[in-house]
Design a protein around this ligand. Structure first.
Ligand SMILES: Nc1ncnc2c1ncn2[C@@H]1O[C@H](COP(=O)(O)OP(=O)(O)OP(=O)(O)O)[C@@H](O)[C@H]1O
Length: 366
């Protein structure tokens, strides 16, 4: 016989896709009526914007209820009131709701998330391209990945990933936007396109802090941070906020770029942070014959890695992602996982996982 208890138990298997919490704990299930094998549910969606994902959600509910013997299932959807949203935001902020989310405790000492800051000494070398594609490659392997676009003035991640959606807000809590399995937050979500960001100094620090603490991050294995170029305030702020973060330095083959990248790397070393290694971008042209033409010279990044006493992780050739169309919604900087570039980023993900898992294991043993 179907009982409310059985139905609730079954519904606990259904997750709200943004918060990755079961819909019973989130107070989404408002009422359950059972008549023999017919179930009638009232559900309250967290926000209106969420309704685009309703289809998946409906399917999963029907699946779990059928599995306990329901023959007909009817669902009625509503949206939470402002008061219900505020209560939920409060609960989430206190992380009272469940232990499998990080919530605002992303930076707490016991967090299992590996923070990786991607920096470059100079702008335009492909730092954001590397961050985005590494994030996607890690997510493709099933890791839970977040990406903070900390380039507050020069944000480019939303456009690069083809994100047109805005983040969901539950009262004062912001939910990151998910694309290609990566949870993303960027200043670009809070501004109109082309609007210059006029904030300076303290506001910048506050924005960054909000990205870490005011955003509801689900539990993550990796959090990638796309730093602004150079060794300026934001880079320093991040490193003060996240002393445990590890660094990847992006450079191009030209010696000048490497020299500047070296400054970013030396800063990491001075601050006693772990350098995962160097990524050389725009290293060569891949000719139709399969040969590599090193048009900007060959040894820049190897020398850089040697001088920083670290490893050259991968060399990424010159070449744009080969999309079918280039309409404005295309993720113009995300390479297909089976392309030459995609495979190189897969290799980069493997190296990053190996290097960071090793140091994690060592930390755990100590
Ligand atoms: N391997 C590559 N081949 C071809 N074009 C590339 C490659 N890597 C990056 N680009 C292009 O170069 C430009 C700069 O890249 P990107 O924005 O990633 O650099 P950045 O270092 O993050 O720049 P900024 O410092 O301005 O944020 C972009 O138009 C990007 O699409």
């Amino acid at each position: 016989m179907l009982t409310k208890g059985k139905v609730l138990r079954a519904l606990k298997q259904v997750e709200e896709p943004d918060l990755r919490q079961n819909i019973v704990d989130l107070n989404i299930v408002k009422s359950i009526k059972i008549k023999r094998k017919n179930i009638d549910l009232d559900l309250s969606l967290i926000t209106q914007g969420y309704s685009s994902k309703k289809a998946n959600f409906e399917e999963k509910i029907k699946e779990v209820l059928s599995s306990i013997g329901a023959k007909s299932i009817s669902l009625r959807f509503n949206t939470m009131t402002k008061k219900e949203q505020a209560d939920l935001a409060e609960k989430l902020k206190g992380s009272k709701i469940a232990s499998n989310t990080q919530g605002p405790s992303l930076m707490n000492r016991n967090s299992q998330t590996t923070f990786i800051a991607v920096s470059s000494g100079k702008g335009g070398v492909g730092k954001s391209t590397v961050t985005v594609n590494l994030a996607v490659a890690l997510a493709n392997q099933g890791w839970r990945v977040g990406l903070i676009d900390a380039d507050i003035y020069g944000y480019s991640v939303p456009q690069m990933m083809g994100i047109t959606e805005k983040p969901l807000m539950i009262d004062s809590l912001t939910l990151p936007v998910e694309k290609y399995g990566v949870k993303v937050i960027s200043m670009g979500f809070f501004n109109q396109p082309e609007e210059p960001v006029m904030w300076r100094g303290p506001m910048l620090g506050k924005t960054l802090r909000y990205f870490f603490e005011g955003v509801y991050w689900p539990k993550l294995d990796y959090m990638l941070i796309d730093l602004p170029p150079g060794t300026g305030d934001i880079a320093l702020d991040i490193h003060t906020m996240l002393p445990r973060s590890k660094d990847i330095i992006v450079s191009t083959p030209q010696t000048t770029a490497s020299h500047i990248a070296e400054r970013a790397g030396s800063m990491a070393i001075r601050n006693k942070r772990e350098l995962i290694g160097v990524v050389e971008n725009m290293s060569y042209l891949l000719l139709a014959t399969g040969e590599k033409e090193y048009i900007f010279g060959k040894n820049g990044a190897t020398e850089l890695a040697n001088s920083l006493d670290t490893e050259l992780l991968v060399q990424v050739p010159i070449g744009a992602p080969n999309h079918q169309s280039f309409d404005s919604n295309d993720a113009y900087a995300v390479y297909h996982s089976e392309s030459v570039h995609g495979e190189i980023f897969g290799e980069l993900a493997d190296k990053v996982i190996l290097k960071t898992s090793y140091s994690k294991a060592v930390q755990e043993v100590q």
